[in-house]
Design a protein around this ligand. Structure first.
Ligand SMILES: Nc1ncnc2c1ncn2[C@@H]1O[C@H](COP(=O)(O)OP(=O)(O)O)[C@@H](O)[C@H]1O
Ligand SMILES: [Mg+2]
Length: 294
């Protein structure tokens, strides 16, 4: 079986508000799949359904072949989930937290200690290993929460906005960890608000918009629809004077600059990378866009 996650017609409403409005997609084993959407788009809700925490109002979903509604235990045994709120015990140290988690996962005392050491090193928490978590900063908590989800290597790893609140270095370190897990065969389902993160990590990206998938495809296919960087010209007060879209190539950037030079335009030139807003504009505007589904 090569399908890790299979979702059909998934729908959920809270009160009279439909949050997820008919999702259909599947994720292959070993794939890194990114669900990209802004705050409130329904990313956490979708992850909560796929990890059996909440039940949908309609539709079905399987994870490694098991139904998330009727085979919750089977699903739970094969996944791990990193949430946005840390599942850590504030009164324990970082080492104690990881070791306890490892013991619960079936490792013996020595193996659990060793696992804690490895993971705290990997997540840059060695100096804080013996501090109680109550004294941790937000970023440290986040890294500890992540470390916990790597105690056992799951078949499918769910990461809900894994790098939110991390600094650039920690973010890049985590990207490396996710890549190495995927290379070793773990299926990764992650959510993010950052186009760059989805682009860096994912084999395929699903764009979540108004509770539906507005586009689904490889990062390069998605980027081809969005276009490349935009050359912008601002006056000294920051007011936008001109914006020339490019395909991101050297030749096209040069053409854009030449156009500004020809117009003898005065101002400060900047290069703006595509944002999530650009993604939505691109995927929700124009009937000419061909939906590409896997
Ligand atoms: N248990 C709940 N009861 C009511 N509304 C909820 C509940 N969970 C989420 N929502 C609402 O559903 C929407 C999507 O939430 P969420 O899935 O957390 O979005 P995201 O993770 O993409 O930021 C939000 O408007 C949120 O307020
Ligand atoms: Mg969320």
């Amino acid at each position: 079986m090569t399908t890790a996650i299979d979702v059909h017609g998934l729908r959920i409403a809270f009160g009279d508000r439909t949050v997820v409005d008919g999702l259909d997609f599947s994720v292959e084993r070993g794939e890194v799949f990114a669900l990209l959407g802004p705050n409130g788009a329904g990313k956490t809700t979708t992850i909560n359904i796929l990890t059996t925490l909440i039940a949908p109002n309609a539709g079905t979903a399987t994870v490694v072949g098991y139904d998330v509604g009727t085979q919750r235990t089977e699903v739970q045994q094969r996944i791990s989930l990193t949430g946005q709120s840390a599942a850590v015990d504030d009164a324990l140290t970082a080492t104690e937290n990881v070791a306890m988690f490892a013991r619960l996962a079936g490792l013996d005392r020595a193996a659990a200690r060793l696992r804690a050491e490895e993971l705290l090193a990997r997540f840059d928490l060695v100096d804080a290993a013996d501090r109680v978590v109550r004294t941790f900063s937000g970023g440290m908590r986040r890294r500890l929460d992540l470390a916990l989800s790597f105690v056992v290597t799951p078949e499918v790893l769910f990461l809900d906005e894994p790098t939110t609140g991390l600094d650039t270095r920690s973010r890049r370190d985590l990207w490396d960890i996710i890549r190495s897990l995927a290379a070793a065969g773990t299926t990764v389902f992650l959510t993010t608000q950052y186009l760059e993160e989805a682009d860096q990590l994912a084999d395929r990206i699903a764009v979540l918009h108004d509770g539906r998938i507005a586009a689904l495809g490889t990062p390069s296919a998605l980027k081809a629809r969005i276009g490349g960087d935009t050359v912008e010209l601002h006056d000294e007060r920051g007011e936008l004077l001109n914006a020339i879209p490019t395909d991101g190539s050297v030749a096209d950037l040069r053409r854009a600059l030449d156009r500004l030079a020809d117009a003898a335009a005065e101002g400060v030139v900047t290069l703006r990378r595509p944002t999530l807003d650009d993604v939505f504009l691109a995927v929700t505007s124009g009937a000419a866009n061909v939906e590409e589904h896997a």
